[in-house]
Design a protein around this ligand. Structure first.
Ligand code: NAD
Length: 347
């Protein structure tokens, strides 16, 4: 299996394959860049169908973290790790401690944190073996609420650009995925008076959203064509593709999911349809901004973290303005901005 010639390989500094046969750990750590600082990015636990699928994910996600951290103005590089296995059966203290020992060997060039299927409790087990983790209990903790806050501010920025006002009262937002980010996002939106259309594979989450926010539930595939002002993907990646984009009724796509565009060209497809896209790694940076706050020498401070998360609003307005001025897709402008910041950055 090729790595250096892999289409997703982008001169990653290190790609480390980790195995502990006795404990059943199989993991991959990818350090994409440490140019702006130590690489930081969460650990994802996923039952990948093939090793190739895990490699694709870790290569793409780690590069995404470099770009995300750069545009968020953080003194951090980008990395990511994946543990291969079924989250329902594989989790144990031994597994996370074995992963922690692998992390420790990297000597602080990469810090891990929560991602899909990894809780703060899991991270505390990793912490027993290495200090190179963030998102700890009693410090920045669960990044979900901060990611939700940033996404909410991002939706407001998109509304300001697209509709001339960032007031979301009366606006209809279609939220796909009511997990640890999506549900908090709904809370912010409901508080401001937005109407919610929601979908999820989990009927309990739907029932809670109906009860707490008066949300209207739709089928999994009906969320794209929902009569909404904003489509907020908060579950899976690659939901913006040749099949879904033509169905969209919303004039804004702004949600927290990673890797929303199936291919880079889908950014242009959205633009051609007059749909404003808030680039995923810009709008969903709230969690990593909060984690980064914990890594500062002066330590964690929730107020300062919140203030920095709120800056996602102005960062997105800048991206939207530049995209208009240069007649480019917003996704392309975000990548350019990241590349410019990284090029200016010092080791
Ligand atoms: P989560 O696992 O808590 O929630 C995901 C939700 O999506 C769950 O409720 C799940 O039932 C639902 N879902 C799964 N498949 C679905 C489908 N086909 N249709 C509709 N709903 C479906 O995850 P999360 O932490 O809320 O993260 C959501 C997304 O945001 C992920 O793409 C994640 O990578 C990204 N993200 C999360 C954070 C964070 O701080 N947690 C930060 C940045 C990006």
């Amino acid at each position: 299996m090729a790595v250096f010639n892999h289409p997703e390989f982008d001169h990653h500094e290190q790609v480390v394959f980790c195995s502990d046969q006795e404990i059943g750990l199989r993991a991959i750590i990818a350090v994409h860049s440490t140019r702006l600082g130590p690489a930081v990015g969460g650990c994802r636990l996923w039952d990948y169908a093939t090793d190739e699928a895990a490699i694709v994910d870790v290569l793409r996600l780690s590069r995404g973290m470099t770009y995300k951290n750069a545009v968020a103005g953080l003194p951090l590089g980008g990395g990511k790790s994946v543990i291969i296995g079924n989250a329902k059966t594989i989790k144990s203290e031994q597994l996370f401690r074995a992963f922690g020992r692998m992390l420790h060997r990297l000597g602080g060039s990469y810090y891990s944190a929560e991602d899909v299927n990894i809780t703060t409790g899991d991270i505390m087990q990793v912490y027993k073996e290495t200090p190179y983790v963030a998102g700890l209990e009693g410090k920045s903790g669960n990044p979900g609420p901060f990611t939700a806050l940033g996404t909410y501010k991002g939706i407001k920025a998109a509304a300001k650009h697209q509709f001339g006002s960032d007031d979301l009262a009366g606006k209809v937002v279609a939220v796909q995925g009511l997990g640890s980010v999506g549900f908090y996002l709904c809370e912010h939106l409901h508080k401001e008076g937005a109407q919610l259309i929601v979908t999820d594979i989990n009927p309990d989450a739907i029932a809670r959203a109906e009860a707490q926010f008066g949300a209207t539930a739709v089928g999994l595939d009906d969320i794209y064509a929902a009569k909404a002002d904003v489509y907020a993907p908060c579950a899976l990646g690659a939901t913006l593709n040749d099949i879904t984009i033509p169905q969209l009724q919303a004039k804004i796509v702004a949600g927290c999911a990673n890797n929303q565009l199936q291919q880079a060209r889908h950014g242009n497809m959205l633009r051609e349809r007059g749909i404003l896209y808030a680039p995923d790694y810009v709008i969903n940076a709230g969690g990593i901004i909060n984690v980064a706050c914990e890594m500062r020498p002066q330590g964690y401070n929730a107020e300062e973290s919140t203030a920095k998360v709120n800056e996602i609003y102005s960062t997105l307005l800048d991206i939207f303005a530049r995209a208009d001025a240069e007649q480019r897709p917003t996704s392309e402008v975000a990548d350019l901005m990241a590349q410019e910041i990284i090029a200016r950055g010092k080791k």
